[in-house]
Design a protein around this ligand. Sequence first.
Ligand code: IMP
Ligand code: MG
Length: 178
Amino acid sequence: MQTVKLHDKTFELFIDENAIKSAIADLSLRINTAYEGKNPLFLGILNGSFLFAADLFRQINGSAEISFLKMASYQGTSTTGKINELIGLNEDISNRHIIVIEDIVDTGITLEKIIADLQKRQPASIAIATLLFKPAAYQKNIKVNYVGIEVANDFLVGYGLDYDGLGRNLKEIYRLKA
Ligand code: IMP
Ligand code: MG
């Protein structure tokens, strides 16, 4: 499929299945080397990362655990404004080696909130693994340790990423057509 229509917009094929597989193979090699014997705890950020998390985790050797979190965003009082809360974290992460799994890091605003929240819980270490990274959009100083594919500042869908709910089930990644 070279183009796909979701709601009112057309997207064109950008990253095929093989390129995704090969990026994940590279990432898992690096992570397996760095975390050997450390029983890392992977924390996938829902919803977007679920396919990437599954495919990456499948390639991890030895003891490793995985759990999923969600950044819930809701309107607080007029003084508190918009509240962002990390939900779903039930395990004790103190002294654990954490690898946060993201689908895409764009501005880094979401990531910064997640890391700040996790840091309070005294993990042994935190690293970030993202399938996609938009360096031109990134505004933060937090190091993104494991990047699958660097992309330009275009809107992408597929392989977990959505446009208003649609497109997550596409096997490839598509780019909004100009
Ligand atoms: P950030 O806070 O700007 O880094 O954006 C993070 C979140 O926005 C990601 O985890 C995605 O859920 C969503 N997002 C950012 N860029 C895209 C895109 O190109 N397509 C679909 N979702 C995106
Ligand atoms: Mg996301």
